[in-house]
Design a binder for this molecule. Structure first.
Ligand SMILES: C[S@@+](CC[C@H](N)C(=O)[O-])C[C@H]1O[C@@H](n2cnc3c(N)ncnc32)[C@H](O)[C@@H]1O
Length: 172
């Protein structure tokens, strides 16, 4: 993915934020979790992080319509119920400049607000099969310009690998 200039790029967490910040981009990150925001600030001091619900991106909290060149949402929208995902994608769409880029990752799974164990806790997750995910992002106003899929399983467990989908999207 190519991101131009030194304009704004929001993201939700650290390794990607660190790379983008080190490359000279202005990086603005959000997360609902205060501890994630604290960690992000520690790991990427050159970026700006806010504790914010993605649903509160409306109303110009981080910038007006079209104010971002690119957005990264890695495994964050999967924590929303399906009913809220198109709305969240719509908010991200409106924050991007025309032809702005969205890097989106999700786990491929046909589930809606489904409880799973995660790091000793329970979390609720949603997902789509890949054709359905392509349709959801298309309906939210994005063109799919690239796509990768990886099988991933933590080394510490013997659960079957999950399929992680990475969509490279452009605001249509
Ligand atoms: C599975 S983690 C992924 C974290 C990171 N992006 C990564 O790839 O490692 C999902 C993150 O989304 C955040 N999150 C969940 N719901 C959110 C919401 N409504 N608004 C903002 N962040 C949210 C969680 O706090 C969590 O840090």
């Amino acid at each position: 993915m190519t991101i131009e200039g030194e304009r704004s790029i929001p993201t939700t967490r650290c390794p990607t934020a660190r790379q983008l910040s080190a490359a000279g981009h202005r990086v603005v990150g959000i997360d609902l979790s205060p501890s994630m925001v604290t960690l992000a600030r520690e790991h990427v001091p050159g970026a700006e992080f806010h504790r914010l619900d993605i649903a509160d991106l409306r109303g110009g909290r981080l910038g007006g319509p079209g104010s971002f060149d690119g957005i990264v949402a890695y495994f964050s929208l999967l924590m929303l119920p399906r009913a809220e995902i198109p709305y969240a994608l719509g908010l991200l769409h409106d924050l991007l400049r025309p032809e702005g880029l969205l890097a989106l990752s999700m786990v491929e799974a046909d589930v809606d607000d489904f409880t799973i164990p995660f790091l000793g806790n329970s979390i609720r997750v949603s997902g789509y099969l890949r054709d359905d995910l392509r349709r959801v992002v298309h309906d939210a106003g994005f063109d799919v310009v690239g796509e990768d899929a990886y099988a991933y399983a933590p080394a510490s467990t013997d659960v079957p690998p999950e399929i992680q989908l990475f969509l490279h999207l452009r605001r249509a």
